[in-house]
Design a protein around this ligand. Structure first.
Ligand code: AHR
Length: 555
């Protein structure tokens, strides 16, 4: 079987060194008998610090994300803090959310922030952007808050949610249908000192006299599509207008431009070229979106076509969606290279503020949860391999937001009325939280490719995927094994260190279709075990379709 040597390096020079290392590091004579795969962790080759913001979230006013997801209302019998679902807040806090993005998505470019301030009873009801989407489940009642937005959740409710959950707010401003001045006014409403302006006093009358300290601001969303159908050059002109000379009231604003979809490097190249040498002034991050969906037979522009069921899938559909998700790595590399053509010092970083799996309608936790879908062990593998990719590119990726937090696409939670459960993706975020703020460490993986059939022809994807990071003496190694039927007996070599103790936490149900439901909320749960370690070598068997964290205390 051919072996994939997977260089987790950053530059071409790294790549060449890695290729040489891969053959030199583990001489055949030193390899463990019977090991299928090898991982070398190069402890003396530290990389960038993994931004905690890589572990960020997204709550759009879409279907059941806000209403019934995070917001149950102050008078609800569902336990809540100021109207916000308590069980969800407690669980989210545990996985240390980096930022939480709101109010969209496509919703953002239709939203007037002034509708969501002032006494709740006086706020207007507005048509939600998503009212006429094609994906509503049969029987969904669109005349409730999911179709007509009562604006019960506005800026203050969102800021409180972030504070309770322990994440930083990231607000996506409306560029398509509000003037630039309204974005600045929104910044003023959030960040002006107590009592300093009329808007600061309005904030105080909503119960928050002190500044909310919102640092992250999106300047439009998907401006190539629902955010205005702009040409990149035209969006560049808009970006300049919106992003110039915004008072930040002592908060160092991090402005995020609406970047490309998938591998559309044309959008990135033309935008950056229009902004001129030195890269876009006033921009902190360039937002890329990448969703994975089954598209054997070709991706189509139609949002519904080409997608398959979230729970019922065959081998080909399983591997194909993982392969699509794994394209993230080449996309990051391609956009980064293009950004560097003008932003030669790479002042602007990549922000992947929408990523995840996107399936066909049919597995919503309740009919009004538009774009709601079940989340199986397949999605846990997808989440693990995506987060590993971000970790390995920590010098490029400054933030990443999984889409979305609850009841929508690749959720961490499903919630409806008093019912609530954690998904397998939640458990992956729990396992991977140890990487936040740690320094990435290079690892080299050698594992047999996974072979499968796509449209009747042979196809393959890499056998093991992972990342490593270190804080003090604590080394964290996370690894996904995508194979549906093959465990990987792996020899892990710590180059430049030895293990004192190793604990494994693994998510590996017997069936990749396994998922949690309101009736059976613990079908997929991580299991912990201790692993014998011999000096600088660790032997571990990664089960089929699994996500594993090895917490290694170095001697
Ligand atoms: O996450 C759902 C939608 O997908 C978002 O609103 C939009 O930005 C993207 O196309």
């Amino acid at each position: 079987m051919p072996t994939t040597k997977h260089p987790h390096g950053n530059t071409r020079r790294d790549f060449l060194r890695t290729a040489a290392l891969a053959s030199a590091l583990i001489p055949a004579g030193l390899r463990a008998e019977g090991a299928d795969a090898h991982i070398d962790v190069l402890l003396d080759e530290p990389g960038a610090v993994i931004a905690p913001e890589i572990y960020s979230h997204f709550v759009e006013n879409l279907g059941g994300v806000i209403y019934d997801g995070i917001w149950v209302g102050e008078g609800s019998r569902v336990p809540n803090v100021n109207g916000l679902r308590k069980e969800l807040i407690d669980a989210l806090r545990k996985v240390k959310p980096g930022t939480i993005r709101w109010p969209g998505g496509c919703f953002a470019d239709q939203y007037d922030w002034r509708d969501g301030v002032g006494p709740r009873k006086d706020r207007p009801t507005r048509t939600n952007f998503w009212l006429e989407a094609l994906e509503w489940a049969p029987g969904a009642k669109r005349n409730g808050p999911q179709g007509y937005d009562p604006n019960e959740v506005g800026t203050i409710e969102f800021a409180r949610f972030c504070k309770l959950a322990g994440g930083q707010p990231y607000i996506a401003a409306n560029l398509r249908s509000l003037p630039a001045q309204e974005m600045w006014r929104w910044v003023e409403y959030c960040n002006a000192p107590a009592g300093a302006t009329t808007l600061a006093r309005q904030r105080a009358s909503g119960g928050e006299p002190g500044p909310l300290g919102v640092r992250f601001w999106g300047v439009g969303n998907e401006s190539w599509g629902c955010g205005g159908n702009f040409a990149p050059e035209d969006y560049a002109i808009e970006f300049r207008r919106y992003a110039t000379w915004i008072p930040d009231y002592g908060v160092h604003l991090a402005l995020i431009g609406s970047g490309p979809n998938d591998n559309n490097v044309d959008w990135t190249r033309r935008f950056f070229a229009k902004m001129g040498p030195g890269g876009p002034a006033n921009m902190w991050g360039w937002a890329m979106h990448h969703y994975a969906w089954n598209a054997s037979g070709g991706r189509t522009a139609n949002w519904v076509e080409g997608k398959r069921d979230a729970v019922k899938f065959d081998h080909e559909q399983y591997y194909e969606i993982l392969r699509d998700a794994d394209a993230m790595e080449s996309m990051i590399g391609a956009h980064w290279a293009v950004m560097g053509e003008t932003d030669r010092r790479h002042r602007v970083k990549l922000v992947v503020d929408e990523w995840g799996a996107w399936y066909a309608p049919g597995t919503e936790p309740f009919p009004e949860a538009l774009l709601g879908q079940q989340n199986t062990m397949r999605d846990a593998v997808l989440a693990g391999l995506t987060l590993d990719t971000f970790n390995r590119h920590a010098e490029k990726v400054a933030m990443a937001n999984v889409a979305q937090l609850v009841n929508c696409l690749q959720s961490l939670f499903l919630a409806h009325e008093d019912k609530f459960c954690l998904t397998p993706t939640y458990h992956v975020f729990d396992l991977y939280a140890a990487h936040q703020g740690a320094r990435s460490v290079r690892m080299v993986t050698g594992a047999a490719d996974v072979r499968y059939t796509r449209n009747g022809a042979a196809a393959q994807m890499r056998g093991l995927n992972g990342s490593a990071s270190m804080i003090g003496k604590q080394l964290t190694l996370t690894v996904t094994n995508p194979s549906l039927d093959r465990a990987q007996d792996t020899e892990i070599a710590l180059r430049g260190g030895a293990a004192r103790s190793v604990t494994a936490v693994s998510l590996a149900p017997a069936d990749a279709h396994a998922h949690n439901t309101f009736a059976d909320p613990r079908a997929v749960e991580p299991k912990q075990s201790s692993v014998p370690a011999k000096g600088s070598t660790i032997a571990y068997r990664f089960p089929p379709a699994s996500v594993t964290k090895l917490a290694i205390e170095l001697g």
